[in-house]
Design a protein around this ligand. Structure first.
Ligand SMILES: [Zn+2]
Length: 385
């Protein structure tokens, strides 16, 4: 049977086998006697653009009386999870674009998790972007993750396990996804794109739908071109070049986010008349948050663009046969590889620092300025020649 897990995890056989074993053990009741591993109270899904889709698929398997229906013929429970209206499945995302999850938000989740499920036998919380749980919010969540009510399952999603605070990570069953091959579901979303382009977009964007949007967005493509041009310079760029690159990236992130918002407005036309003033305000507020989330996403993409190029260069200098993520930039990858391993690792470290800071910073332009200045220092140092 094509369960939602099998649909989403077609390209992730180890993850699929692990989750199905746990579901089977749970159903057989083995887990309750402390035998085989059943369903964990908390998972951390990491390492692929697919983790959020997989989290929803697992949520369906947990609340559906059939253990999860195919997307073509879902039961009422599965359909409601898909629409985001199931009372026992909550999908959470950070409320603050700059500070990630707010303490009050996490306190709300904790209070909610203490209540019994309404329709299903379990409550499931999908925590998107768990890497934006700051120290305060994370501390509040620890006890609930450690001793959750027996009918509660948390599924945390993050780009990598390392990006999540260690205190949180150590209380979760970490499920590493492989980033290598796009799964069937990812390929379906990117149908019509050349496989190399799809692969590049999936490595850069945060999810398969975002990868599609990335390929179709002129400002986001322009940012990638600007970053490639900066890294491709044979002579060291000036500090001013680094600073203005950062400004350009931030400006285009803002412009691209405004485009997304305009599209949303067109979708909502005609609806406004029927809404109360409070409901309208709620939509405006949601859009403001969504706009900054879109900006933040575009900035994170810019950092990952640099990161994937550096990784390709490292792989090239190590002589691996893995196909590069940036198949359209072989000259740039070769030029970066020629700078040597140490400068590349140093530059990669700067990217990791920037990713961490972007989630918490109120002034993303400063984070990017620091990043491009350090790239300039690492990659064009005289000893690299
Ligand atoms: Zn179902």
């Amino acid at each position: 049977m094509a369960t939602p897990l099998r649909e989403v995890l077609a390209g992730q056989p180890r993850v699929l086998a692990y989750l199905e074993r746990s579901l089977d053990a749970e159903r057989a009741g083995v887990a309750r006697e402390g035998g085989a591993q059943g369903i964990s109270h908390a998972y951390l899904f990491s390492g692929s653009a697919l983790v959020e889709d997989a989290a929803l698929a697992l949520a369906k398997s947990l609340v559906c009386p059939e253990g999860g229906c195919s997307t073509e013929a879902p039961c009422a429970q599965c359909a409601r999870v898909e629409r985001g209206s199931h009372p026992d499945v909550k999908v959470l995302e950070p409320l603050s674009a700059t500070r990630g999850y707010l303490l009050e938000q996490v306190q709300g989740i904790i209070a909610d998790a203490a209540l019994t499920p309404i329709e299903a036998t379990r409550k499931v919380y999908v925590v998107k972007e768990a890497d934006t749980l700051g120290i305060q919010a994370a501390n509040a969540l620890l006890k609930t993750l450690e001793e959750p009510a027996s009918d509660v399952v948390f599924i945390l999603c993050a780009p990598s396990a390392d990006s999540v605070l260690q205190t949180i990570r150590s209380r979760c069953s970490v499920v590493p996804f492989s980033a290598a091959d796009p799964s069937a579901a990812e390929s379906a979303l990117l149908a019509g794109e050349a496989p190399e382009r799809a692969r590049m977009a999936l490595a850069i964007a945060s999810s398969a739908p975002q990868a599609r949007a990335f390929l179709q967005s002129e400002p986001r493509q322009e940012t990638r071109r600007a970053i490639c041009a900066f890294l491709a310079r044979p002579e060291a760029p000036s500090d001013w070049d680094a600073l203005s690159l950062a400004e350009g990236v931030v400006e285009r992130a803002h412009a691209g986010a405004a485009d997304d918002e305009a599209r949303d407005d067109a979708d909502d036309e005609g609806l406004e008349d029927f809404l109360t003033k409070t409901a309208r305000q709620a939509i405006v507020d949601r859009k403001k948050r969504a706009t900054s989330a879109a900006e933040r996403r575009a900035l994170a993409e810019a950092v990952r663009e640099v990161e994937t190029l550096l990784r390709d260069a490292l792989a090239t200098s190590a002589g691996t046969s893995e196909p590069p993520l940036n198949a359209d930039a072989p000259d740039l990858v070769a030029a970066l590889a020629a700078r040597g391993e140490e400068p590349l690792l140093e530059a990669l470290e700067a990217c990791e620092g920037a990713s961490r800071h972007l989630n918490r910073s109120t002034t993303p332009v400063l984070v990017l300025q620091v990043l491009f200045l350090s790239l300039k220092e690492s990659l064009w140092q005289p000893s690299a020649r």
